[in-house]
Write a protein that binds this ligand. Structure first.
Ligand code: AHG
Ligand code: MN
Ligand code: MN
Length: 360
């Protein structure tokens, strides 16, 4: 039995006490996110028994088929969050436009951006999936409905970011800033409480030697990207290798493993999606904040994810996420340089050959 039992509610109150001027509104917002997570978790864990598997027959803004559980999770979050007076608007992967707060409800100072169900292709085969969320403070005058400018903010400005992973257990992991630590809570379904199970998560150093990418796309990648993965595979004689490959196909699950064990997750650009696949506002930016708060790095292959200001709600980005050394190594390969081996913290930085330009 742990020395003390700390519920997420207790943790949020204790965190709030560290900021004397706190209004409590932000804490209430986090409670409501945890509530929505419990409801979605119940449905996910019953999915095989009730009619929430399969497709709705509709497509979202990205042209992807909407799964029943996508729609369910979307509905739960909107209904849990729209009436408490915390938000001026919401952004969801499943909605083309900003989700307005109904006139009958008070408008608050925050913006919630979310991927209601991440890893949808894994729903029907009982592989772990997740929900990703990001919270910003509005930048336009209070009292009026939230606008695009309130949503299109750099990741560094997030007030909170996190995810829920519906796996062998349901965990909620969040941070309120890159210097505020990362805390993980595991749902005890017998009492319906998220209990603090992973206080102050730090990406392990030395990291596990795991790289994670959908290698089926290798032929579509740039030459530097191929060379990077060849290095991880130990094929280029640069002392790389000794890595394991792990790819679940649910970003939340691949990232959660990377957060707890170390390694690097990559969703590179390729010929068919030169801007990458993953969305900035509700996939890359929130996980980038969690990753950096745990001592890791998050890059688009050349610059920090958290410094990117999207121009559209559903803008995409290439994503390199995980142990700092590996992400930095990836950037150097992608810049056309070639580095010594990725041997963990004692990287050799002897340049083997510097090829000008990209021969992709
Ligand atoms: P979503 O289900 O929210 O659309 O996200 C799916 C994403 C992400 O979870 C995962 O990393 C990626 O799609 C997998 O893409 P590939 O199937 O192309 O590897
Ligand atoms: Mn997703
Ligand atoms: Mn999704």
């Amino acid at each position: 039995m742990r020395s003390k039992v700390v519920t997420i509610d207790r943790h949020i109150i204790d965190e709030e006490r560290r900021f004397p001027g706190a209004s409590g509104r932000f804490s209430a917002l986090l409670y409501d996110i945890a509530l929505a997570a419990k409801i979605i978790s119940r449905e996910v864990n019953m999915a095989g028994l009730i009619d929430v598997l399969g497709r709705t027959g509709e497509r979202n803004v990205h042209g992807e088929e909407i799964q029943k559980l996508d729609a369910f999770a979307q509905d739960v979050i909107v209904k849990a969050m729209d009436h408490a007076g915390h938000l001026c608007c919401m952004v969801s992967e499943e909605c083309d436009e900003i989700i307005a707060i109904p006139d009958r409800f008070d408008i608050g100072p925050y913006v919630l951006l979310f991927d209601p169900l991440d890893g949808s292709s894994n729903i029907n085969v009982n592989v772990s999936i997740g929900t990703i969320f990001s919270v910003h403070h509005r930048v336009t005058p209070r009292g009026r409905p939230g606008q695009l400018a309130d949503c299109l903010q750099e990741g560094t400005r997030q007030l909170a970011a996190g995810y829920i992973v519906y796996g062998s257990s349901t965990m909620l992991v969040y941070t309120t800033g890159i210097d505020q630590g990362v805390h993980g809570f595991t749902l005890d379904p017998s009492i319906g409480e998220f209990l603090l199970s992973h206080p102050n998560i730090r990406i392990p150093d030395p990291p596990a030697r795991i790289y994670s990418a959908n290698e089926a796309y290798y032929a579509r990648w740039s030459r530097p990207q191929q060379r990077l993965v060849d290095h991880f595979r130990g094929l280029d004689g640069d002392g790389g290798g000794g890595f394991k490959s792990r790819y679940i196909g649910s970003l939340v699950s691949d990232f959660h493993r990377t957060l707890l064990q170390g390694g690097i997750f990559m969703y590179p650009p390729d010929r068919t999606s030169p801007g990458g696949k993953l969305r900035i506002l509700y996939e890359a930016a929130p996980l980038a904040m969690v990753c950096e708060a745990a001592g890791g790095r998050a890059s688009d292959g050349a610059r920090d994810i958290l410094g990117i200001r999207p121009t559209g709600l559903h803008d995409r980005t290439p994503l390199y996420l995980g142990s700092s050394n590996f992400v930095t190594l990836a950037e150097r390969y992608l810049a056309g340089g070639r580095e010594g081996s990725a041997r963990g913290p004692d990287f050799q930085t002897s340049r083997i050959s510097e090829r000008g330009g990209s021969d992709s």
